[in-house]
Design a protein. Sequence first.
Length: 346
Amino acid sequence: MEIIIYENKIIDGEIDELIIKEFKSQLEIHKSLKEKGNQIEEFELDITFFFVDYVTNVYINAFINFLKNDEFKTYDFYSLKLTGNSINFEELSLILPYLNTNPFITKLDLSGNSCGHYQDKFGQEIFDYFSVNTTLKVLDLSLNYIGNIDRCNHCGNECNYDNENTKDEENYNIMYIMNGIKSNPHTALIEIDLSYNNIDKSCMYSIARMLETNTSLKKLDLSNNILSRGLYDEISPTSLEILGKSLLLNQTLCHLDISISCCLIEEYERFGSIIQNNYTLLFVNYQKPHIIKIDILDDFCARNQKLIKSKEKFMNFILTIRKQQKKRLFLVELYDLIFSEFILTF
């Protein structure tokens, strides 16, 4: 279900009241149907605004007032979609604390907003949300300008965050998010989308630290970012090298998308050689227009996929023996299985 609000539906003096009324009426209908035992689809609250930025801010404030309502925590919807609303880092820091009061939200879509402006003073609320949340499973932060483009305080223009004095500094926005996830031992996140964010090395250190200890994440999308070494950096490790070393410690990530990342074939090959001792990553999407196949990455994924299938076959064999309640294993059958399906995988 979508709640789409157009400018001509609401006049200035009734903004908060009418927006909240529309939210609550749709949520109450869903709640009523569920209480009556009706078979209904999972409920997605899609809040989309269609007007210029300065008016959008008024409606975002109205939405925040809606979140403050005690009734909000009782509404049962699995997904909150706030895409394309020009939400900045400050507004995000006001929204997230209230989301923790609702135990039903498992998907948060913040794609197409403006969360990528460096504002250190609003970071603590972002950190707090991710460090204590135990229900969110899918986080979409794509197209948010989180990476290496910053607003110059002097001229107001977009300036590249890539010079000798700043290129090794960490990006505050991504650091607060990743450190929050890293510090949360009960995080339920299984999927994060960071595509189209100008992600570069200033972000990758924080992402890598999170991956080193995380035990829940299954899918990470870093496509359409700036993961290449750069023209003037031939000594320090690349973004892919930093990422690869973190994956040697990660035991849960299955799907990684690093396509359209401006990397040379040599950088992909180096990444493939680093992650050879990872046995849980099953899919690496590195494709971009006109790129040739990279054997080391294809072979790596094929090996891990075969290994997972072998482990599953082995466990099914053990479970079958247990179900049959036999006192001893058939040693010949067990040896054949291990030798043919498990050992030869390496």
